[in-house]
Design a protein. Sequence first.
Length: 255
Amino acid sequence: MQTHRQRFGVHTYEVDAFGTIAIAALSGYLQEVAGQHAAALGVGLDVLMPRGLTWVLARQRIENPVPIVLGDRLEIETWPAGIDRLAALRDFVVRRADGAEVARATTQWFVLDLATRRPVRPADVLDARFPREPSAPVLTLEPGRLPELREWEHQKRFHVRYGDIDVNMHVTNTSYPTWAQEVVPREVFRARRLADLEVQFLAEAHYGSAILSRLAPAGEGRYAHAIVREEDEKELARLVTRWVPRPEAILPAAR
């Protein structure tokens, strides 16, 4: 199958205080190019939703070893990478305009029945152009769930806003890494940038819910996260993040 490519420019409203791309923006690029390719293959939301179906992201891992900064011109290449039981797999490679690879990602997607809110078999929805056998992923996902966060050192509370809700009428996937990042200690955020993220989505969240974002250290520059619905302690997502030193040229003066 042919891959799909799309270009993006990094804008001022997509970077953090230090001029590096916000994880929500990068994840949003991946979602956009995945949606465009699905539409080109005849299974975009415009086709699925009239059938009572939609795409939802079930798991995602992003590696961003090279800083993506304000003004960078990017090209993202994506392709379907097979089917694993209820998950349709999709991979991505992100390159700068000069051809240098700056990020890659692997994802798992469910085709969700909008009435039952349960996944259906993607093989029953995707036509023969989609590969059935999983190919070697660009990044490895460990089997099973990410580890449960039983104890935590930091916690913050949020309410789901209108701006968090997507066309599926639940919290969009890009909000969860943003909530997780908010609990990282300030000194870490100032001195380090997020270079590796894995998130596993476990349940839906809707407008008005109170959200608890929890964090525990998991090694040098690494953190384990849990996103929990306060009203019933329902676990919505588990995440693992890795933070690396920011380039000295963009570190702010101490305040």
